[in-house]
Design a binder for this molecule. Structure first.
Ligand code: GLN
Ligand code: ZN
Length: 758
């Protein structure tokens, strides 16, 4: 084995798995149909890798919904609350998505990616029961289809599995289950050893790229000493990715495994482990083709790095592959028929990355390139140069604006909030919403008709105006204090802005799995970012013209735009973020000029952008906060800046949030009474806060009574002058049938509370 791929996407290049899953859930196709789609996809993905001449690739990187959920089925670790469901498939999907009588298991982000996994629920009394049928049948399938290739079986490693799980038995330390799980991982290896003459298992242990403690490191040693000796014919690779894992590598070189896979794209510091790897007998799998981003590999630069590594680690122990699973990038550029050809030449999706891996491999090991490969290589060299020199990437105006900028802070909060109170005159416990109103089928249809040229620009704009006016009227009728325009013109809170900014490109088919059947199509930030013209002023001004009440301007902040896009790899993220901050600043300035003096800048993804390692956090916080300030501190003291974050836990970042200095922040604390709000009180947070009073993620309509109770709880923590009352997130995923009564009840609840307090 010389070249390898850590894992391949599974949703299908035409989102076949999504389509089949959703049809199956609706009852339109049978389980056999769904399984047939899955089987076809696996076969196609293996063939892609085999045809590209990748030497070793994965089995069990496929999942019907999620790999962590599959791990629970592998171990028979089924939470009691799902045991009443007899049918295996019904149980699997109920755990993933809930059903009439079961709430779904929690889902959370896979490290700092936009992929979400199902969080296993473990408890002391779980009886484990190994079931390797999925792995065995997929392995057999692969053996038939790609008989010449070497296969490895992907399994989440024991420590990562435990660390990412949670306990539901009133305790929290999942590592207490280490012995029990070590036994079942051993049994797993012993069973898998029988399925082939030689078996290779890739245990993914990305938890070791985070700031990990000594307990985990000592368990790592125990685990892989044991697992490495279970079966002679089983070879073990331990893979980490998304950052460096120097501490873990130092441990792993002294265990009984065969190979260590490291990320040399996001984990440059892995260079520090080379000496110790060299002294050991381990193979080093070098992740050099980026599995997290979409840019072409600078092949010559990769070769240079490999040569540098080879000065330390003997070449015969080196293998070359992707830095992470390719799960995080789109499939193939072949569908991008509309993309600008120069920009397209700078891109590489999963299928193209396979060729990169193979060519780098051949060049490094001194093999002759085929004619086709030489063409590929030559194109690569040209594209690398064009990307480095293109004036579409570099914009000197943007750069000089950033360089020559002198930051002027706003007046201090306490002074400006008094001015704001006297001009706006909103009451304590002012009511508002987070921005979007239902994106109904009609709204989506109008947009797609417009994009397809079926309706004219005027027709589309009139449609949007009508939606806005209906929504303004509705908000006035129910008596909200601060209104919004409803965001009907926006497909997505990042894409909408990206489409209007220079430096952004969009794919037609660049889908990436977010969770289960859900996919996203992240914008590609390829160049210096600037704003050619106002993006939201017309819509907000129109909405404001319809009402004497305040309508909030509504923007997405730099960190969130960055987090939900593919970003440039030719400059630090912070530079790109700063450029976006200036674009947003320009927009805010224009909004203010147009008379909009309450402006919300959403930073829904602020917390997601946090680095995986503690030592990197201060740097991130510095630029992320500064960028928010650059964007917002342009306004007069009397203009009110709001922000919204889709989080409820602020304990660890409260000082950072405070430093962002928004006049009002709305957050997601609706499901936790007032406990999560207490930190705002403890640190003496002065700015105003709108803790969500009901959960918009559920279709349930909250009653007046329960929201009165919720508001009373909030008032135990913060004074009424500091509190706003709002739902916990935007309403775009809900229907009017729920939104109308929910918001009416919310306004009613505030009236009840106000009446009680006089
Ligand atoms: N203003 C946006 C909305 O209401 C915020 C969405 C979000 O926080 N994810 O839809
Ligand atoms: Zn939100």
């Amino acid at each position: 084995m010389k070249s390898y791929v850590l894992g391949f996407p599974r949703i299908g290049e035409q989102r076949e798995l999504k389509v089949s899953l959703e049809s199956y859930w609706k009852g339109n196709i049978s389980l056999q149909d769904l399984e047939a789609t899955a089987k076809d996809l696996r076969a196609r993905h293996w063939k892609y890798q085999a045809n590209a001449e990748i030497d070793c690739f994965s089995v069990n990187d496929f999942s019907m919904y999620d790999g962590m959920l599959d791990m629970m089925f592998l171990f028979g670790a089924i939470p009691n609350r799902f045991k009443d469901i007899e049918n295996r498939t019904a149980r699997y999907f109920a755990m993933a998505r809930g059903d009439k009588t079961h709430t779904a298991m929690e889902m959370t982000k896979w490290f700092n990616t936009n992929y979400h996994y199902i969080v296993p629920e473990l408890s002391q009394n779980d009886e484990l029961n190994l079931d390797i049928s999925k792995i065995v049948s997929e392995y057999r399938e692969a053996r038939e289809i790609v008989s010449e290739s070497s296969l490895k079986i992907n399994i989440v490693g024991i420590i990562t599995f435990l660390k990412l799980s949670k306990r539901i038995d009133n305790k929290s330390n999942t590592l207490e289950f280490f012995d029990k799980y070590l036994a079942i991982y051993s049994e797993l290896i012993s069973k898998l050893s029988k399925i082939d003459v030689q078996v290779v298992i890739q245990f993914d242990e990305p938890t070791f790229v985070t700031s990990i403690g000594s307990e985990e490191l000592s368990l790592l040693k125990i685990a892989y000493d044991k697992l490495g000796t279970v079966a002679e014919n089983v070879k073990i690779i331990v893979a980490t990715y998304f950052d460096h894992s120097v501490e873990a590598t130092k441990v792993l070189v002294n265990t009984r495994i065969n190979a260590i896979a490291l990320d040399f794209i996001l984990g440059e510091k892995n260079m520090e482990s080379l000496e110790i790897i060299a002294k050991s007998d381990k193979r080093l799998l070098i992740g050099i083709v980026n599995g997290r981003n979409i840019w072409i590999n600078e092949i010559q630069k990769s070769i240079d790095l490999l040569n540098k590594i080879a000065l330390i680690v003997p070449k015969e122990r080196i293998r070359i592959g992707t830095s992470t699973s390719l799960l995080h990038v789109p499939y193939s550029l072949q569908y991008e028929t509309k993309m600008d050809s120069e920009i397209k030449s700078w891109l590489s999706y999963a299928v193209e990355k396979l060729d990169e891996v193979v060519i780098i491999n051949k060049l490094f090991f001194g093999q002759i390139l085929s004619h086709e490969e030489t063409t590929f290589y030559n194109k690569n060299v040209k594209a690398v140069i064009s990307r480095k020199t293109s004036n579409r990437v570099f914009n000197s105006e943007v750069r000089s604006q950033v360089e020559n900028f002198i930051f002027k802070p706003r007046e201090d909060f306490l002074t400006r909030i008094q001015k704001q109170h006297s001009t706006f005159n909103y009451p304590p416990l002012a009511t508002t919403t987070i921005g979007s109103f239902p994106q109904t089928a009609e709204v989506r249809k109008a947009r797609s008709d417009y994009k397809a040229g079926k309706i004219s620009n005027d027709e589309y704009n009139n449609f949007l105006k009508l939606e806005i006016s209906k929504t303004i009227k509705f908000q006035e009728d129910i008596g909200l204090d601060v209104l919004v325009h409803g965001e009907f013109e926006r497909n997505d809170m990042v894409e909408y802005f990206g489409e209007q900014l220079d430096g952004f490109a969009f794919s037609q088919n660049g889908w990436v799995q977010s969770y289960g059947s859900r996919c996203v199509k992240p914008p590609h930030i390829f160049g210096d970012v600037s704003r050619p013209k106002p993006m939201t002023v017309d819509w907000i001004s129109y909405a404001q013209s319809l009402s004497t009440k305040k309508v909030k301007g509504m923007l997405t902040g730099p960190v969130t735009i960055l987090a939900w896009s593919f970003v440039r790899d030719d400059q630090p993220k912070s530079e790109t973020s700063r450029q976006i901050a200036f674009a947003i600043r320009d927009e805010i300035e224009d909004l203010e000029k147009a008379g909009i003096d309450m402006i919300q800048v959403d930073e829904a993804a602020f917390k997601e952008g946090y680095p995986l390692r503690r030592e990197d956090i201060p740097i991130y916080e510095k630029w992320a906060v500064d960028d928010f300030l650059v964007a917002t501190a342009v306004v007069k003291p009397t203009t009110q800046i709001h922000t919204h974050m889709c989080y409820s836990e602020f304990d660890d970042i409260i000082k950072t949030i405070e430093a962002m200095d928004a006049d009002v922040i709305s957050i997601e604390t609706s499901r936790s009474g007032n406990s999560l709000l207490k930190v705002f009180e403890q640190v003496g947070y002065k700015q105003e806060v709108g803790p969500g009073v009901y959960d918009i993620h559920s279709p349930r309509v909250p009653s007046v009574d329960e929201m009165v109770k919720q508001i009373d709880l909030l008032l135990q923590v913060l004074p009424e002058r500091q509190l706003w009352i709002n739902p916990d997130c935007g309403l775009k995923t809900r229907g009017w049938a729920e939104v109308e009564p929910s918001l009416k009840n919310m306004v009613e609840a505030v009236k009840v509370v106000r009446a009680k307090r006089i």
